[in-house]
Design a protein around this ligand. Structure first.
Ligand code: FAD
Length: 509
């Protein structure tokens, strides 16, 4: 008898293990394991998304004629034991998992199996553009690698937005056109939302009962939990919101963490949507004249150039990657990350939507939250844990390279040539946050100065040995060296006082 075991982030209708399944003979196993839900103190919406997604997926498989053994158990191991007792399988088919902890748990489980049971690992490919081996081939050696060339080569090989051997539009990136700031009062087409059905409502009740102390609000749950819903979200994004995705991709606006972002990551990362179909729909919108090239290329680059690349870094660098801390940062993450109650408007605006729905967009994650963690010297591991717990789209394989690598430079520049740090200037330019903030974006050392200003220079000063020779930072270091000693002293004094204030809770609302 053959078991085909599907995990909660593998809810993909085109999995090879499903394609080969014999509906009359084989059994699909799905285990809702409490121990997995306890790996971290996950946002209540994340737990709801996965459990509801799994239950819907199981129901759909049954409707298609599969036999599904759906089990709620204390752990995967317990679920497996009960399944084995009931069905006595001699072959188990599993889709390759990316997350290292899960991979190791499976290895251990496999070692303890009786010899008569054979385990077959099959491709995860429809959920990624490349298999693990393929992505490794594209990232030879130990790095550092170049995201740009990874993107260009893969886009060419996939034949996406290509005109023969050349990129459509004559260049590979239209990023220069995609940096327009947002102005207060700007309106963006709303995202598609989904009302919880009976299954989701039942899961929400269970999550409230069993995980009531976990972070995050649950009442406003509106994420797609089925492929049908995810397709509706995708289609609405392509028709209504993709056209403005590019231009305002880096902008931030009070009260709007969505803007023109797709909000598709949760559905893609759990298999409800496949990256290639998302790319194809976006490309088609360009060919149909429904979205401009800067938007379509910008969007497609996120998936080919970033999602796939980040996963490759994870596959190449784990398990050591988890512990990287190049800049030796060890300050504790402040507790307002779990409440959003802080006087800093940019931080409040980037954290509150996470509490409300497990989401804030890329620039909020990178240039506000990541910047804060870097400038205050917060422990990269605590920061990564927070991202892992709180975001609806978070999994180890995508959190670690994004947080430790891209945002915090904790890997010493494996995937970005310099740290993404900035003074208040960037946030002031790209958002309307500073208009409603008690801290002044232009002040450096005054009582009401934005903390990011003194801390930015302090960061550069602290890490001059490590970063001073970086060709991309030469200009900024020459500005620092030109400041007179009194100015430097005042900045460093202010930075030191800000760090003390953080530990005393002064930035809490
Ligand atoms: P859009 O802005 O609409 O982008 C389209 C798609 O591109 C996304 O749905 C996603 O699939 C992909 N994408 C874009 N950028 C990245 C990237 N850097 N890495 C991987 N995929 C990317 N992404 C996650 O999926 N899960 C996370 O837990 C996560 N944590 C992050 C933490 C930090 C500090 C940073 C800087 C980035 C993180 N990202 C993460 C990447 C990115 O911010 C999110 O993928 C994106 O914000 C998801 O929202 P969206 O679907 O509206 O994306």
């Amino acid at each position: 008898m053959v078991t085909r075991w599907i995990f909660g982030n593998q809810l993909c209708k085109d999995l090879p293990i499903l394609k080969d399944a014999d509906k009359d003979e084989d059994v699909i196993l799905m285990v809702e394991a409490e121990s997995r839900a306890l790996w971290e103190s996950y946002h209540k919406q994340k737990l709801t998304l996965i459990f509801s997604g799994m239950r819907h997926f199981a129901k759909e498989l049954e409707e298609k004629g599969f036999t599904v053994d759906y089990r709620k158990a204390d752990s995967f191991r317990e679920g497996w034991k009960e399944h084995k007792k009931a069905f006595n399988p001699n072959h188990v088919h599993i889709t390759q998992v990316t997350d290292d902890r899960m991979r190791r748990a499976l290895e251990k489980w496999e070692d303890e199996l009786p010899e008569k049971i054979e385990v077959h690992y099959e491709s995860e490919k429809p959920m990624f553009l490349l298999s693990k081996d393929e992505v490794k081939e594209r990232l030879p050696g130990d790095g550092p690698w170049q995201a740009d060339s990874f993107y260009r080569n893969l886009r060419k090989d996939l034949g996406v937005l290509m005109d023969g051997d050349d990129p459509i539009g004559g260049k590979w990136s239209f990023d220069q056109e995609n940096r327009k700031p947002a102005k207060s009062g700007m309106d963006f087409p709303k995202k598609r939302t989904f009302r919880p059905d009976e299954i989701t409502q039942q899961v929400m009740d269970e999550v409230n009962e069993n995980y009531g102390d976990n972070p995050g609000e649950l009442d406003s749950f509106e994420w797609p939990v089925t492929r049908k819903e995810a397709l509706k979200a995708l289609n609405q994004f392509i028709s209504d919101r993709l056209p403005t995705f590019g231009t305002y991709q880096d902008a931030m606006l009070i009260g709007n963490a969505d803007m023109s972002h797709s909000l598709l990551s949760s559905a893609i990362n759990m298999g409800l949507l496949q990256p290639m179909e998302v790319i194809e729909k976006a490309e088609q919108a360009y060919h149909d004249g429904e979205a401009p090239l800067n938007a379509v290329e910008g969007f497609i680059r996120q998936i080919i150039g970033w999602r796939e690349y980040m996963r490759g870094i994870y596959v190449k660098k784990m398990p050591d990657y988890k512990q990287v801390n190049e800049l030796n940062h060890d300050t504790d993450l402040p507790s307002f990350f779990y409440t959003g109650k802080t006087k800093m408007k940019c931080m409040e605006q980037s954290i509150q939507p996470v509490i409300e729905k497990g989401y804030s967009h890329h620039i909020q994650r990178l240039m506000v939250l990541g910047n804060f963690a870097n400038l205050f010297g917060i422990s990269p591991q605590q920061t990564a844990d927070w991202f892992n717990e709180m975001y609806i789209d978070a999994y180890d394989w995508v959190v670690l390279p994004n947080v430790l690598g891209m945002a915090l430079f904790a890997d010493g520049g494996l995937l970005s040539t310099k740290p993404y740090v900035s003074s208040a200037n960037y946030i002031h330019k790209m958002s309307d946050y500073c208009n409603e903030c008690p801290f002044h974006p232009k002040h450096k050392t005054e009582e009401d100065a934005c903390p990011f200003n003194a801390l930015y220079w302090d960061f550069l000063d602290r890490h001059e040995d490590r970063l001073g020779d970086n060709p991309r930072m030469k200009l900024i270091y020459s500005q620092w060296s030109k400041k007179d000693q009194d100015d430097k002293q005042a900045i460093k004094k202010k930075a030191s006082s800000l760090k003390q204030q953080l530990t005393k809770g002064s930035f809490h609302e």
